[in-house]
Design a protein around this ligand. Structure first.
Ligand code: CP3
Length: 342
């Protein structure tokens, strides 16, 4: 499988491509389903989740599918109520306070049993996926999930979380611990169901200081990666955070198989500075290039591929997700451009 070869830093005739948020609102077939079902309803229903996962595979033929779900299902399984509000994003209730800490959360075992719809969806997807297409499972990394649980939704500056980190670090640690334990079991259940690879989304890690990254990211993510490395049919693990350009020396120490690079990072420099470590890179075209004239999109994609050809282990992707108003025809051109590389 091309995706797995690149994730293992083997030489490949071209980089594999998949795209973050490749399923979603920019696709008319997704919107047609969304008219009939709520977002969470589709995620909770294995049949619908499998259908949505396959939509971009059928439309564009990328080298990997990503499970249709959300990183916040773990917060929901732990006992918070999760809703998505139009133009606002996710809302988690009640948001956690230092006074409540983990006392309002469910035990890890109980939380895990509530996520059983995910491995069910994975089994359906594996039956439908072309043989050459990899299936990527995922979860949020504990810090990012804990941020949403603390803030009760999205936050530009993580104020509530950062206040808790300094005023009541023990309680915050308990929350991250709880999320870590559930995440490990959740990812193992995805491996058992048949994913070929895993990705940890740590969207907000880049807002931390260098010191706090070492306190709140490194130990927990290292533990998840180490546990999954020795579990069953070892699958490659990607670690993605916004701000990888600054934090990659620390991220390398967590020993992921692939570093997911956002569009601002120097992906070639990161790959070169890895030395002998066999870690692949993923990324990192600026998502805004999907708005560019097609000739520009093709030229930039080809330039990115060329710059990484000397270093085996590149998985082509955008540096962050596709936006809802992007043109599916441009996504098709991007996938075709990468697949036509010679
Ligand atoms: O990439 C894929 O196609 C797989 C599915 C996937 C979704 N969310 C679907 C989704 C994945 C991997 C995620 C991860 C996720 N979810 C992250 C980490 C990745 C990143 O973007 O940095 C985060 C932070 C979330 C939380 C989340 N989910 C937010 C903040 C929002 C609202 C913003 C928005 O785009 O509406 C979501 C909603 C969401 N997740 C949608 C989809 C398809 C839109 C739901 C809809 O209204 O139909």
């Amino acid at each position: 499988m091309l995706y797995l070869d690149a994730a293992r830093c083997l030489e490949t005739p071209r980089p594999p491509i998949w795209i973050m948020r490749q399923a979603g609102r920019y696709m008319p077939v997704y919107l047609a389903l969304r008219d009939r079902y709520g977002f969470m309803e589709m995620i909770h229903n294995p049949e619908l989740a499998a259908t949505v996962t396959m939509q971009p595979i059928d439309a564009f033929g990328p080298d990997a599918a990503i499970l249709f779900s959300d990183i916040l299902v773990v917060a929901e399984a732990l006992g918070q109520t999760l809703t998505f509000v139009e133009k606002k994003g996710p809302v988690l209730m009640p948001s956690l306070l230092s006074t409540t800490g983990t006392s309002v959360l469910r035990d890890p075992e109980d939380a895990l049993s509530r996520l059983a719809y995910v491995p069910q969806a994975i089994r359906l997807i594996r039956e439908r996926l072309p043989r050459e297409t990899a299936l990527i499972g995922f979860s949020g990394a504990p810090f990012t999930v804990a941020c949403y649980m603390m803030e009760g939704g999205s936050s530009p500056d993580l104020k509530a979380t950062k206040q808790m980190m300094v005023t009541n670090p023990d309680t915050f640690r308990q929350i991250i611990e709880r999320v870590t334990v559930v995440t490990i079991g959740y990812l193992k259940s995805q491996v058992d169901a048949g994913v070929h690879a895993l990705q940890l989304f740590d969207t907000w890690a880049g807002l931390l200081s260098w010191e706090d990254f070492q306190i709140w990211i490194l130990p927990f993510v290292s533990r998840i990666i180490a546990e999954l490395k020795t579990y069953g049919p070892k699958v490659p693990m990607t670690y993605f955070c916004k701000g990888m350009g600054g934090f990659y020396p620390l991220a390398l120490d967590m020993a992921p198989d692939v570093l997911g690079c956002d569009w601002q990072s120097d992906i070639v420099g990161i790959k070169k500075n890895m030395g002998i470590r066999p870690i692949a890179v993923q990324g990192n075209l600026d998502p805004m290039l999907l708005y560019a004239p097609l000739a520009v999109l093709r030229e930039r994609a080809n330039r990115l591929i060329a710059s990484l050809r000397p270093y085996p282990g590149h998985i082509f992707n955008l540096g962050h997700g596709i936006l809802p108003d992007m043109n599916p025809a441009h996504v098709k051109v991007l996938v075709d451009t990468v697949k036509a590389w010679k």
